[in-house]
Design a protein around this ligand. Structure first.
Ligand SMILES: [Zn+2]
Ligand SMILES: [Zn+2]
Length: 138
């Protein structure tokens, strides 16, 4: 399914900022911060504002089209998301982010956390950090 279809099925319109953000992320080799997306997006559409980029990212994330990547410098990045529940592997040297399917062997851990804390867990984000193949060989 094309992203435009996925977005409209989720009940959102296809606007210029959403289209530009998707085009920028489709060409990106690593997660990009909203500022980086804005800088690249302005080359495609000069009137693109930073606030529109933030809003577009929020909508695209809720529609499951982009995924937020936590970076240690507190400046979160965004990558395209494949459909379904995935987790992320992030290389701490080159910043490359790779998705892997959510193999849900977390249920034991989650049940334990619920027992200990009294929380009802509804969702989780999992991001593993390490070195990718090429960076390990450096
Ligand atoms: Zn790497
Ligand atoms: Zn999971």
């Amino acid at each position: 399914m094309r992203w435009e279809e996925q977005l409209s099925r989720a009940g959102w319109r296809i606007t210029m900022p959403r289209r530009v953000v998707m085009r920028v992320l489709e060409r990106a080799a690593r997660p990009l911060s909203p500022q980086e997306i804005h800088a690249r997006g302005r080359r495609l559409h000069r009137s693109l504002g930073l606030v529109s980029v933030y809003r577009a990212l929020m909508v695209l994330e809720r529609a499951g089209l982009v995924r937020r990547v936590h970076r240690e410098d507190r400046c979160d990045g965004y990558v395209l998301a494949s459909p379904g529940h995935h987790h992320l592997l992030v290389c701490r040297r080159c910043g490359r982010a790779v998705e892997f399917p959510g193999a849900e062997d977390l249920s034991g851990l989650i049940a334990q956390v619920e027992r200990r804390t009294g929380f009802r867990v509804e969702d989780h984000l999992l991001q593993l950090v390490g070195l990718c193949g090429p960076c390990r060989d450096l």
